[in-house]
Design a protein around this ligand. Sequence first.
Ligand SMILES: C[S@@+](CC[C@H](N)C(=O)[O-])C[C@H]1O[C@@H](n2cnc3c(N)ncnc32)[C@H](O)[C@@H]1O
Length: 287
Amino acid sequence: MNPKEQNKALEAWQASARYWDKYRVLIAQMFAPLTAGLVEEARIGVGQKVLDIGGGSGEPSLTISSIVGPNGSVTYTDPVAGMVETAQAEAERRGLTNIHFRQCSADDLPFADRAFDVAVSRLSAMFFVDPVTGVREALRVIVDDGYASFVVWGPKEANPFFSTVTDVIDRFVESPKQDPDAPDPFRFAVPGKLAGILVNAGAENVIERQLDFRIEGKVSFEQFWQLRTEMSETLREKMARLTPTQLPTIKQAATDAARRYFVSGKMSFPAQALIVSGGKSAGRGAP
Ligand SMILES: C[S@@+](CC[C@H](N)C(=O)[O-])C[C@H]1O[C@@H](n2cnc3c(N)ncnc32)[C@H](O)[C@@H]1O
C-alpha cells in the first residue's frame, strides 16, 4: 500500500468507528468464541502483561482485562483515533483500571523490547500495512519466552455471515477484481498464508488452528441487514451506488439467501476462523 492508500484505509476505519461502537454489545457476543480461542491458545492468565493489536471498539482487550486481573495489565492499540476513543470510553464506563490505550499501527509499535508477556490480535492482522513487519514488531515487544497469536477469518465460503449479503450485492454492483494481498477480511483465509508470514517474521514453533464456531445472537434479519450494511465500509460504499429501485430487490434476495440462518428470532451462522501463533524463541512451543 502506498501512503495515499494507507490514509484512505484509515479514514474508512475512522468512518466505521461509530458503528463498531453502536454494535459493541452484539460484536462482543457474536465474536466471543474468537476471544476465547485466542485466550486459550495464548494461555493468557492472571498477572500477565498483554498487548492487543488493532483492538477496534475494545475487544479482546476488555475481556482480557478481567482475566489478567489487578496484578496484570492489557495495553490496547489501534491506529484509528475514533476506535481508541470509543474503546477508552467503554473501559472508563466499566471502571477498568488495568487497561492502557495507545494510538499506533502494528508496523510501528511504540513500546520497548520485551515489554509484554503475550501479544494478541483479533481480526486485525488482515489490515496490517506490512504484515511481516507487524508480526516482527509483535515478536520484538514480547519477552523471550512470549507468544503472539493472531485470529483471522477462514474462507468466505465458510463464513455466510459475510457472503450472504456481499454475494447478492455483487450481482448488482460491479466489484473490481482484488489483489489477494490487499487489506481485506479474507486476506489470510488460505491455510498456511499467515503462518508463512509468521515464519518470515522470525517466529518459532508456528502453529495454525482452525476454529469452527457459530456467530449467534438474538437478532432479526432486519437488524442483521442494518448491522452488516452499516459496519462495513465496502458495503456502505456499494449501497450508495445502488439505484432506489435496486435496493428492495437486493434486500429481498438477501432475505431469501439468509432465511435459513434466522429461526425463532435468533441468528445462527456457521463460521470459520484460523488462529495462527508463534513463539519468540524455540522455548515456547505449541501447547
Ligand atoms: C475488524 S476490526 C477488529 C477490531 C477488534 N479487534 C475486534 O475484533 O472487534 C479491525 C481493526 O484493525 C485496525 N487496523 C487497521 N489497520 C491497522 C494497522 N495497520 N495496525 C493495527 N490495526 C489496524 C482497524 O482500525 C480496526 O479497528
